[in-house]
Design a protein around this ligand. Structure first.
Ligand SMILES: Nc1nc2c(ncn2[C@@H]2O[C@H](COP(=O)(O)OP(=O)(O)OP(=O)(O)O)[C@@H](O)[C@H]2O)c(=O)[nH]1
Ligand SMILES: [Mg+2]
Length: 399
């Protein structure tokens, strides 16, 4: 409930109260029981409430019936999250994705809405007929718009995939920062790379992915992407709409799963993130668990040790104070290393282009000159083996 009110505040609402009802199964017509609904309706009247938000997804009929009982607007969790996303989308792709998810959420509700209107008009044949026609026009309009958005998205996505291919030509390792919303993902990207992504104490501060290059102390280059945060019960349509954005996550060599270790529900948040990762087809990826915000544990170290016991390769950090960042970098270096071949090369001095390219795409750990030849020890991505093979002197043991 606390999270739901944070979401409501993020969307611009002022929360005046909340309530709970325990039931074996939701009521088909009003979701909560009739008696409870009446009780809430009274609260709504006395506090002049204009919107009631449910933490679950409501059927079109349930929202409609509840609007009549409460005599105000009724939203469910899905519509609330969609509304926040709509307010926060900045890029063309982001906006299109949200509109698509919203229209798809609206389409079945459109039917209900008009059905309800024609019933209200007492089943007068003519009017009902008008309602039907209006309904069909509206549905067709929404469907046309959906088709147009899908075509436009296709174009935007092709451009993005071209960009990704260009980056992959460099064969730098790709790492994606994932995690529950507000865990500190953007703050971590900023701390590590000096990026200036907006980080704030709000849910879903980030919607669009940002990628920056990170040079590890070992001289390896990593492309680090920060992207949209996850939340429990993330609407499925939204996950679908965001699949293209989340492609970065699916393509990554390594995931950095950032957890707000100071949050009382950190365990559940980890599970929700894993659920969404499964849904987008990114389960089982090499993952580095990053337990963040250790500066605000306030003596509650027990939870943290439990996390670290369960994830022996995990690291504890504060993205704000920088504590633990060196350990994180070291862990990144060692987790990304196995994908590279460690070799010694001899490159003639006049092949400056080759040497420059090596520095760009490989991790050069040593360089010295012997006469007119540069001797280099470097870790090279397997795909680039061919390109440099003629300069190989010998293979080295990977430390
Ligand atoms: N005390 C403390 N606060 C932190 C730390 N890391 C992030 N924060 C704060 O947590 C809030 C959320 O940080 P963000 O980096 O925006 O979180 P995010 O995971 O990118 O969130 P979304 O983009 O909304 O999903 C901000 O107010 C940060 O200042 C940390 O290590 N310690
Ligand atoms: Mg963010």
């Amino acid at each position: 409930m606390e999270e739901l009110s944070e979401l409501a505040v993020t969307a611009g609402a002022e929360v005046v109260g909340d309530g709970l009802q325990k039931m074996a199964a939701p009521c088909a017509s009003t979701f909560i029981g009739k008696g409870k609904a009446g009780e809430f309706a009274q609260h709504c009247r006395s506090a002049e409430v204009d919107t009631v938000i449910f933490d679950e997804e409501l059927s079109p009929a349930q929202s409609r019936n509840l609007e009549k009982v409460f005599n105000c607007k009724v939203l469910d969790r899905t519509s609330l999250i969609l509304d926040i996303f709509a307010q926060r989308a900045r890029t063309r792709e982001g906006k299109l994705q949200i509109e698509l998810a919203q229209l798809q959420h609206l389409l079945p509700r459109l039917t209900g809405f008009w059905g309800h209107l024609s019933r209200q008009k007492g089943g007068i044949g003519m009017r009902g007929g008008e309602g039907e026609t209006q309904l069909e026009t509206d549905r067709r309009r929404v469907q046309d718009r959906i088709a147009r958005i899908e075509r436009e998205l296709e174009v935007v996505r092709r451009q993005r995939s071209t960009q990704r291919q260009a980056r992959q030509r460099n064969h730098w390792a790709l790492a994606s920062i994932v995690g529950y919303t507000n865990a500190g993902k953007s703050t971590l990207l900023n701390t590590l790379t000096g990026a200036r992504v907006l980080a704030e104490d709000k849910l879903f501060a980030t919607l669009d992915p940002t990628t920056r290059r990170l040079r590890l102390p070992t001289n390896q280059n990593v492309l680090l992407t920060d992207t949209v945060g996850f939340i429990r019960k993330l609407p499925h349509g939204l996950v679908e709409a965001f699949k293209a954005t989340l492609e970065e996550v699916v393509q990554a060599d390594l995931l950095l799963h950032v957890v707000d270790a100071s949050h009382p529900q950190a365990d559940e948040q980890i599970q929700s993130v894993d659920t969404v990762l499964r849904e987008i087809g990114a389960e089982g990826k090499p993952t580095l668990m990053v337990f963040n915000k250790i500066d605000q544990l306030n003596g509650n170290q027990g939870g943290l040790s439990r996390f670290l016991e369960r994830h022996p390769h995990g690291v504890a950090i504060s993205a704000v104070t920088g504590e633990g960042i060196p350990a994180l970098l070291a862990q990144l270096g060692s987790q990304l290393r196995p994908i590279r071949e460690f070799v010694e090369l001899a490159v003639p001095h006049d092949q400056a282009g080759v040497i420059a390219r090596l520095h760009e795409v490989a991790q050069v750990v040593e360089r010295r000159y012997e006469g007119r030849t540069a001797r280099l020890k470097a870790r090279i991505p397997p795909h680039l083996h061919e390109e440099f093979a003629r300069f190989f002197v010998r293979e080295l043991q990977t430390a």
